[in-house]
Design a protein around this ligand. Structure first.
Ligand SMILES: [Zn+2]
Length: 176
């Protein structure tokens, strides 16, 4: 192993997500391997993150466990002031350290699928019933099961196509 490389391992659990006040992921169990290599004028941080996280199902809002396996590279340089964009983080030279917890959170969140729903038939039926009443859609279970299979052509694939209100909107669009 090269002398200018350091390896770190850590395990993250529910406390990690609570401490960083994570907006989407509230539970998880992850192993992170971080390798820090010093190259010319910069540090190359290579993250490998593996495990599971729990998010809310888009359809029934109950807990949904998702597997995580993410590999990410972040370039870090020392500079005058802190700055951050997609490719480069600049750490103030007098501070000389970087807190990677938010980086790891972002890598994990980005690795998750856009559409987060249970497998067919595994959604919480009770919750589905409550949600169905609130959004005033047909109470037939047939329609409820169709939520996740909405045609995505007319609506951008940002996860909202599972919202039954969009189905109503599409009917309006199709009739004109
Ligand atoms: Zn569900």
């Amino acid at each position: 192993m090269r002398q200018d490389s350091c390896e770190y391992e850590c395990s993250l659990d529910d406390r990690f997500f609570a401490e960083i006040d994570a907006p989407e992921i509230h539970e998880g169990c992850l192993k992170v391997h971080l390798s820090v290599k010093k190259s010319v004028g910069a540090y190359v941080l290579e993250f490998h993150t593996e495990g599971t996280v729990t998010v809310a199902c888009d359809r029934c809002l109950e807990s949904l466990e998702l597997p995580v396996c993410a590999d990410n590279v972040q370039i870090v340089k020392l500079g005058a002031d802190f700055s951050e964009d997609e490719d480069l983080v600049i750490v103030p030279e007098e501070e000389g350290y970087i807190d990677v917890s938010w980086l790891i959170y972002e890598f994990v969140a980005l690795s998750l699928p856009m559409k987060r729903v249970h497998a067919p038939g595994e959604c919480d039926e009770r919750m589905m019933g409550v949600l169905g009443e609130h959004v005033c859609v047909s109470s037939s279970s047939e329609e409820a099961e169709d939520w996740g299979e909405a045609d995505t052509e007319a609506i951008p694939d940002d996860g909202r196509e599972t919202d039954p209100r969009w189905n109503e909107l599409k009917k309006i669009l199709n009739n004109n």
